[in-house]
Write a protein that binds this ligand. Structure first.
Ligand code: ADP
Length: 485
């Protein structure tokens, strides 16, 4: 089985969120003697020179964009046994700044998607399944079913929705221009409030759709979660599966993590050592009896930051340390800076994206707070468990699928969770956790031991993806047989 995993970000080369983690670890888990899976991504300016130096140029070709052409260079690099291709174009990807958020993102990723389809003869590899991810590559299923169908007759497409909030909505002229479409070719599967919606076209055109947790797959049919595409999801529900993300325990493992002050495997005491050093580094007071609440997050409305803002003072009044690592909306960044100014000995706001600090916070916190309004899967809580840090989460999406309320009497469960999107519901669970930490340390240690024991690796999830790929290919054969008869 040949699978090409098309993504806009991938660990260790470039990362803004969970998609990069998945792209870095799922292909590695899927690869075996019967599965030749390869990854393709753009060659961004800010990929480290360390990797760029090792890349080999494979070829270059022109991508036709209506009346003009743009060159695309293909580079390759094997990482962890998986072949990665990098598609380079100076105009679109050799830019200063972040990898997203440019004025012409629609054009950039339409170019990239076309280039992914056009590069296949140059790498001499035709996938059975083209696995697309989020809106950046969600135009590929449409293109594979139409313009490129004569070239890749047997290729099927799978689209994974990592987060439906980001849909790639652009003016019609972008699509007319880049894909050389005529107005009458814009059908209902693109139409969206008089603009075009690339995610929507992917949902209609992909042969199969997956999302990153079973709960999120169910939630997407409701308008609270569907971000306007709930109806589209309902219509296409027949070809949709929710598969929980795993994490790569080679990359997220306190026993191997070089960023930690003290490596550990399921050791409560070593964890405390990391906590003491973390607080020292952040300039906070250490007190054995005071739990550290960590937050490592994009500062986005989806992440439930409003709940924290509503009861920030009440949280600090519980006599805890609060450590935040995150970047995002200015309003939220400013709020945490303000909170730090109010509680300089107990609160630290690191407004940045930094993997080293993230590792140290995972290890040095007692509690990991994730009050997300919506959380397709969430990796933080899974990483936190591995580091023996107890998650307090809202019961939504993948958070609900991985975190189970701690029952002190039965000693079951791995964290705390609340249902309503309500600041006091969250505060109640934080209070519960803090109370056990402060007043019943033996129970707390048992809870930490439960967290350590949890295993959400890629093995089971990779097997589910394989099933999806196989079924998608069989569906194709069925359709062929139907056409013949
Ligand atoms: P999302 O993809 O919505 O941002 P996930 O929980 O799926 O959320 O993945 C977030 C990933 O990004 C985790 O690996 C987390 O540790 C990491 N992360 C988030 N913010 C930061 C930050 N400021 N610095 C370092 N790592 C971060």
């Amino acid at each position: 089985m040949n699978i090409l995993f098309a993504t806009s970000e991938c660990v260790p080369f470039i990362k803004t969120g969970g998609l990069a983690d998945v792209a870095g670890s799922l292909p590695k888990a899927l690869k075996d003697k019967n599965t030749d899976i390869r990854v393709v991504m753009p060659l961004y300016a800010n990929i480290s020179e360390k990797y760029k130096k090792k890349m080999k140029k494979v070829d270059e070709f022109d991508v036709g964009l209506n009346w003009r052409k743009q060159t695309c260079e293909i580079f390759s690099l094997k990482n962890d046994g998986v072949m990665h291709y990098f598609l380079g174009n100076d105009y679109y990807f050799n830019r200063e700044g972040g990898i997203y958020g440019h004025y012409d993102d629609g054009e950039r990723f339409l170019f990239y998607s076309k280039a992914v389809l056009e590069m296949l003869p140059y790498i001499d590899y035709i996938p059975d399944i083209m696995h697309c991810n989020d809106w950046h590559t969600a135009i590929i299923p449409y293109l594979a079913n139409t313009h490129y169908k004569p070239h890749y007759t047997d290729m099927k497409t799978v689209l994974t929705i990592h987060n439906i909030k980001y849909q790639g909505i652009y003016g019609r002229e972008t699509l007319f221009d880049i894909l050389d479409l005529k107005p009458e070719e814009i059908t209902l599967d693109f139409e969206y409030n008089d603009a075009i919606n690339i995610m929507k076209s992917g949902i209609y055109n992909a042969d199969w759709i997956t999302t990153v947790s079973p709960s999120y797959a169910r939630e997407l049919e409701f308008d609270y979660f569907g971000e306007g595409l709930e109806g589209v999801i309902s219509v296409n529900r027949y070809k949709m599966t929710g598969i929980l993300n795993g994490i790569d325990y080679d990359a997220h493992n306190p026993a191997k993590d070089k960023n930690l002050y003290a490596a550990y495997t399921r050791s409560y005491n070593k964890k405390q050592e990391n906590k003491e050093k973390l607080l020292e580094e952040l300039g906070l007071e250490y007190d054995e009896n005071r739990p550290v609440i960590g937050m490592i997050t994009r500062l986005d409305e989806l992440k439930g930051i409003d709940l924290v803002m509503a009861v920030g003072k009440e949280i600090m009044d519980l006599d805890v340390n609060l450590v935040l690592l995150g970047t995002g909306e200015e309003m939220y960044e400013d709020y945490f800076r303000y909170l730090e100014s109010q509680y300089p000995e107990k609160m630290s706001a690191r407004i940045m994206f930094d993997s080293k600090t993230a590792s140290r916070i995972y290890a040095g916190s007692d509690i990991m707070l994730m009050p997300s309004r919506v959380e397709p899967c969430g990796l933080n809580q899974i990483i936190a468990l591995k580091y023996g840090t107890v998650p307090v989460v809202r019961n939504t999406g993948g958070l609900g699928d991985t975190i189970f309320e701690y029952d002190e009497v039965a000693n079951e469960g791995n964290g705390f969770k609340f249902d309503d999107y309500n600041a006091h519901a969250m505060l109640f669970e934080i209070e519960k956790a803090v109370d056990i930490y402060k007043n019943n340390r033996e129970s707390w240690k048992k809870l930490v031991a439960n967290a350590f024991k949890c295993k959400y690796d890629w093995k089971a999830s990779a097997a589910e993806y394989k099933k999806v790929y196989k079924n998608t290919m069989i569906r194709q054969e069925d359709e062929n047989i139907l056409q013949l008869t």
